[in-house]
Structures are given as C-alpha cells and as structure tokens.
Design a protein around this ligand. Structure first.
Ligand code: AMP
Length: 546
C-alpha cells in the first residue's frame, strides 16, 4: 500500500519541471507502481479533483474552516507569507517557520482519500465539528509537504499542473494503448480515475468496458467562438446548420423506459428541480431508451425568453419546486440525439443525429434550425434569432460526429460582442503553465459619484503568453498588498474588455458583473479616469431586462 507522502513528493517534482515529457514519465511511473484500488483516487487527486465529474459531492472547505483547524492543530494562527502563491504554499511556509513535527503513524494514500469522502459526506447537525475533527486528525499526522497537499486538495486548489489532457497523454505513453482509445473512454466514462485504473490495471479490455451507460452523464460537446457569419463560413464550408443559440441551461436527458434523468452541463443530476421537463421527456420521446441534449430556458407569459439569471433560480434547486414552477415557467428545446434504442450515435454525422432527433422528439420542440449556404442567408438567420430574444446562433458542421467534452471547430458560437475599457485593480497568481505569472485579472469600472474603482469581473482570458509575462512585473510594481494568492495593485493598467452581457451580482460591491469577460487589448492611450462607469454598466443591465 502506498503512502500519501509519495503523491505529495510527486506534486513537488511536477511543480519543479516544465518539461512535458518529464511530467508524463513521472506521472506514468508513479501510477504504475500503485496497487489497483489506489490508482483511481490518485489519478483524480493529480488532476485536482477528489470525485468523478458525475459525482456531485464536494469537499471544498472554506478558508475560515482551514484556518480554524490549522490553528487548533498547530496551536497558533497561521501567518501568510507575502511570497505564498496559494493556501497550500502558505501553510508549508508557515509550518516550516514553526519547525513542525508530525505525530503518529505515516498517512496512507487511501486513508487520506477515504477521509476526504467522509468530510464530503458529513452533512446536517454537527457536521461542521465532524469535518473539523476529520481534517485535524489528518493534519496532526502530516509532514510539512503532506500538509501542503492536503490543504491544496481540501481547498480545491490542487495546483500541480497536471491537466486532464496531460494525464491522458501520460497514460497513452506509459501503457501502449492508443491515445484515441483512452480519450474516447474518458469521454464516455467522464472519470479520469476510472480510465487510469482500467488502462493501467486492466489494459485495453478494461477500457472497453467503460462504455456508454444510460443514466451516467457524458461530458457535453463544446463550441468555439467566432466573431461573424463570414468567419463561421470560412471555418466550416457551407452548407452548414445554423441554429438559434438559446441562453438557458444545457440539459442532457437520459430516458430508460419510464426512468428519466436530467443532467446539467457540469454533469450534476438536476431532475428534481425541473419535474415538468422530465415528465415531458417521459411522455413525448418516441423511444424506449434515448439520450437527447437540449437547452431549457425561462419564458414569460408571451413565450419569450427571460434572462439566464432568472432561470438559475430554478436549476438544481430542490426546495419549493412547485412554487418555482409557477413563478418561473420554462421551456425545453432539443438539439441533439446521442443514443437511441441500442444505437450509439456519437460517430454518426450531425445531420443523421438531427434526423433521429426529429423522428423521436414527438411534441418536444427542436431548436429552430436552417441549412445555410451564404453569408447573407446566415446574417438574416442571426437577425431573426436576435429579434426573437435569443443570444445569437450556433453554427454546426453537418458531417461532424459528437465529441464529448471537446471544444473543437465543428460547433461554432456567434453572439454579438460589446467591449468596454476597464482598469486592472488586482490579479491572482496563475498555476500550471501560468505558474509565476499574475494571470487572473480583477477588472474594475469607475463609480462616477464616489470616484472609486469597483470590481465588475475577473478574467484570465484574451492575452497571449508573452503579454502575460510582460504584465506580471508591471503589476508587481503597482502592488499595494497581497492576500492569499491575490496581489492588489494601484488602478493604472487600462484594458479593453469584450464580454457577452452584464448581470446583477450581489458578489460585487458594484452590484454588476460581466459575463464571459476577456481582454482584447491594452489601452495605454487611456487614463483610469477615462474608463467606463458603473452607471453605464447599470444602464446596460437594465436595457437587458435584468
Ligand atoms: P457558451 O456557454 O457561450 O460556451 O455556449 C455554448 C452553450 O450554448 C452550450 O453549452 C449550450 O448550453 C448552449 N446552446 C444554446 N443553444 C444551443 C444549440 N442550438 N446548440 C448547442 N448548444 C446550444
């Protein structure tokens, strides 16, 4: 049986090298020497997860809980060093200054993993004390490097730079199983732990057993953004399918006889929150077994789409469901069919899947869709989608298979983009490939009345690696203070930011937040007092009906 220390040491080794091949060799060698039951937990921990994606349990202990338990175990409050890049790092630095010595027998890998499960499972009265006790018992026995990784794992900050893709690559290189086969198994199983265990301990046969299973959600296929109809038609040559892009919640519907389950984009089971959608699927789908995909939107009395945020009050909510059904009626539109009565349709072209969908959808609405051959026709369709109150359009390659979990160019999304000039007021240290860079930028707009800069969003998107590297020293010069992994800076760097829409947000003092913000340019020509105002953002929000 393996010690937890080996996993922590591997984390340190991975953090110390940026070479891909070395990473892959280290990860492969580590996983191969584990006992079979240890492989799945270790693989999940390496990619920063504790549970499979389809398992809704979470451990995420708050900073306050961690501070409380650490203070209790060590006997004094943790002090954050300025150079700490995350919670785990801060704990390691602090324990080193305290000359920390663990007590008791060394920690076993599975023992730590099962304790995480117990922490996640503790709910209800007395659960806070129970969680504290479980964590304290681990930390008392942890060496400094182990305490660092336990902290990272329970706080959801497992920053060792092993992405899911890197782990897939390591498995292919270390098992002689073709990468495509490993990737497919992961698409169908949605659990890197199960894939790693099958590939290493059971080989190709084991992987094949991880096929599609009704009732177990698949990762959704994703889309890349394009800026115009013309660009979309350059990426995919016509004829292509244009569909309305509805701004709601994605649902994956699994029907097995009368048993219907609905899964969210993040693979959680949301059936109880949308009973009328499940009933409709049970009643309407003309197949015994099927997996369909669609979008649920909130609608007003005239059947027009209501903002995404209103719908979010329903999705995943288990209380007051009947009342919410009255307050926020929803409508389901379907757009894909992945399985129908014994036949897996992933590898079938989009047109064939759409045809099956039309055949079995019964009274369920399919999303409005047209075959488009010219830029002009595409623009007319986009205008129609916008006029009907929707976000934009999805453009789909008629020949493409369904590739779970992948954001390729077979599906493109097109929505009108706004840009604003904002200022960076803080930034978070990156991890993985972005380790050592200030990568997640906190963006602020100006409050006309008080002159304050108030945060309206965060983004690590839009800049090239070189631009990030150049930005880091610039921000460090402007640093005022640091808490955890966040460096606060004087508001001087003005950036142009694209985003999709503005929404109400209690999380920010400004009350507004940008959705899907990304930096498009530095604006050295603009001074901080020239940037967008909170008042303008509030007006935009009102125009959008929020
Ligand atoms: P985004 O969330 O901006 O990355 O856009 C992708 C999302 O658009 C998908 O995950 C779906 O939830 C949603 N969507 C809306 N309409 C469609 C459609 N016709 N086809 C596929 N996805 C759609």
């Amino acid at each position: 049986m393996s010690l937890f220390l080996a996993l922590a040491n591997l984390g340190e080794q991975l953090a110390a090298t940026k070479k891909k091949l070395e990473h892959s060799a280290l990860v492969g060698a580590y996983l191969k020497q584990l006992a079979p039951p240890e492989i799945a937990p270790a693989a999940r921990l390496l990619i920063g997860r504790i549970f499979p994606e389809s398992d809704a349990r979470i451990v995420n202990l708050s900073g306050a809980a961690l501070n409380r338990v650490l203070a209790q175990v060590v006997g004094s409050e943790i002090e954050w060093s300025d150079s700490a890049v995350d919670f785990g790092d801060a704990v390691a630095q602090w324990l080193t200054t305290r000359a920390w010595q663990p007590q008791g027998p060394p920690l076993q890998l599975l023992e730590v993993y099962h304790t995480y499960e117990k922490i996640a499972d503790a709910t209800g009265a007395g659960s806070r004390a129970r969680k504290d006790e479980l964590l304290a018992a681990l930390l008392r026995r942890a060496s400094i490097v182990e305490a660092k990784y336990i902290t990272k794992q329970v706080s959801g900050e497992m920053r060792v730079g092993v992405s899911e893709g890197a782990l897939l690559d390591a498995l292919a290189r270390n098992t002689n199983i073709p990468a495509a086969q490993i990737r497919r198994a992961n698409q169908l199983a949605g659990d890197m732990g199960a894939v790693a265990e099958a590939a290493i301990a059971r080989g190709e046969k084991g992987l094949q057993q991880l096929g599609l299973q009704l009732g177990r959600p698949l990762k959704p296929m994703l889309a890349q953004s394009v800026a115009s109809v013309a660009e979309a038609l350059q990426e995919i040559s016509p004829p292509v399918a244009f569909e309305y892009k509805l701004d709601g919640a994605r649902v994956q519907i699994h029907k097995h006889g009368d048993d219907v389950k609905l899964f969210s984009r993040h693979l959680s089971d949301i059936t109880v929150s949308l009973p009328e959608v499940a009933d409709l699927a049970r009643r309407a789908i003309r197949a015994q077994d099927a997996i369909l995909e669609g979008e649920v939107i909130a609608i007003d009395a005239n059947g027009r789409a209501r903002p995404f945020q209103i719908l979010m009050r329903r999705v995943g909510r288990a209380r007051d469901v009947a009342q919410m059904q009255q307050e926020i009626p929803v409508q389901l539109f379907v757009f894909d069919c992945l399985y129908c009565d014994g036949a897996s349709l992933f590898d079938a072209p989009n047109t064939a899947r759409w045809q099956t969908l039309k055949n079995i959808a019964g009274e369920i609405e399919c999303v409005p869709r047209n075959l488009i051959e010219s830029v002009q026709a595409g623009e007319t369709f986009l205008r129609a989608a916008r006029a009907a109150g929707h976000e934009g359009v999805m453009v789909k390659n008629l020949q493409s298979p369904y590739t779970p979990g992948e954001r390729g160019k077979q599906w493109l999304k097109l929505k009108p983009v706004h840009t604003l000039d904002l200022v960076i007021v803080a930034s978070e240290w990156g991890y993985g490939r972005r380790h050592g860079w200030l990568s997640n930028q906190h963006l602020a707009a100006r409050d006309e009345t008080s002159g304050e800069f108030l945060e309206v969003g965060k983004t690590f998107k839009g800049l090239t690696d070189k631009e990030f590297q150049a930005l880091t020293p610039r921000l460090l010069e402007l640093k005022t203070h640091q808490t955890r992994g966040t460096v606060f800076v004087q508001p001087q760097v003005v950036v142009e930011v694209a985003f999709n829409n503005v929404q109400r947000s209690p999380a920010y003092k400004s009350g507004v937040a940008l959705r899907h913000a990304r930096i498009v340019a530095f604006r050295p020509d603009k001074a901080p007092h020239e940037i967008e105002t909170i008042q303008t953002l509030r007006e935009m929000m009102e125009r959008e009906g929020q």
